[in-house]
Design a binder for this molecule. Structure first.
Ligand code: 5RP
Length: 290
């Protein structure tokens, strides 16, 4: 087969992912051109069905497309979790660490992904990288008032932030659906611990979220250059536990403390046959204190 364009490869990946959606379920979708294709494919697949899947979408644009595709659109007041979320990505590393947020919907996408039992990512072959930050900038969504402060703090983390500009033509900051700004950050040449980097970014006041998705993706469908769809899995898939928040927190705290050291066994002294001196604290037999 000849060389498939990036758009064609996205379409194929989206079709493979849409095949996982079951009638009558409620799923989550992210945002971006690959998600657009998946939403349209979903609409076609369930056309005329009496049990169309309902959808919660991560952006206004995706919401609009869901409605256009004739699928029921839900908001988070009606849903507590999803069996499946379909989303795109800007970069996929071999261990399935992702950079997302090229379309600016990263905060809502990460929230929906957290609520999903399975996060399925659909990408074309241009998104695969050997190390995270190879091509894409890492988006950080910030409260506009805090942007200069957050920018300084991000530089202290060895990141190079620039304010994302609105595509409209005027030089004004791009605003997300949450009315926040995006600082796009160049990453250092090697990020040894993406999870730690994410945690350090999220500690900065004024940050809503960042586009690093670590150990979140369960499957990645990659549309290849030669027209196939390959599937990637995490190196070892830790079970995604759906526990009440407080139970999960307690479990994570316990795991962070590390393994419990077994108590050192106490060796008892062998009983001596010789009469031992009575302990001054012992009461003589038979005498009861009142
Ligand atoms: C939006 C995203 C998108 O999934 C990401 O930017 C990929 O977009 P596309 O499918 O257009 O290549 O994270 O916030």
């Amino acid at each position: 087969m000849g060389s498939v364009t990036s758009e064609g490869a996205k379409e194929r990946a989206a079709l493979a992912a849409v095949a996982l959606v079951e009638e009558g379920t409620t799923i989550a979708v992210g945002s971006g051109s690959t998600v657009d294709k998946a939403i349209r494919a979903l609409g076609r697949r369930f056309e005329g069905s009496l049990r169309k899947p309902a959808v919660v979408a991560a952006s206004r644009r995706s919401e609009m497309l869901v409605t256009e595709a004739g699928l029921p659109l839900l908001m988070l007041d009606k849903v507590t979790s999803f069996p499946l979320m379909l989303d795109g990505a800007d970069e996929v590393a071999p261990d399935l660490t992702l950079i997302k947020g090229g379309g600016g919907a990263l905060t809502r996408e990460k929230l929906l992904a957290t609520m999903s039992q399975s996060l399925v990512i659909m990408v074309d072959y241009t998104k695969l990288v050997q190390r995270i930050g190879e091509h894409a900038l890492l988006p950080v969504e910030v409260v506009p008032f805090a942007a200069p402060y957050v920018g300084r703090k991000l530089r202290e983390l060895n990141l190079e932030p620039t304010v994302r500009i609105s595509p409209g033509g005027a030089i004004v900051p791009y605003l997300t659906d949450n009315h926040c700004e995006i600082l796009d950050c160049r990453l250092p040449s090697r990020v040894f611990d993406p999870q730690e980097l994410e945690a350090n970014i999220l500690k900065i006041r004024g940050v809503l979220d960042c586009g690093l998705f670590v150990r979140m993706a369960n499957r990645v469908f990659v549309g290849t250059r030669d027209g196939r769809v390959e599937e990637m899995h995490p190196p070892t898939s830790p079970p995604r536990l759906h526990l009440p928040e407080e139970l999960r927190e307690a479990l994570l705290r316990k795991m962070a403390r590390g393994p419990v050291t077994p108590p050192v066994p106490v060796r008892r002294r062998p009983k001596s046959r010789k009469a031992t001196r009575p302990s001054p604290h012992r009461r003589p037999k038979g005498k009861r204190s009142r």
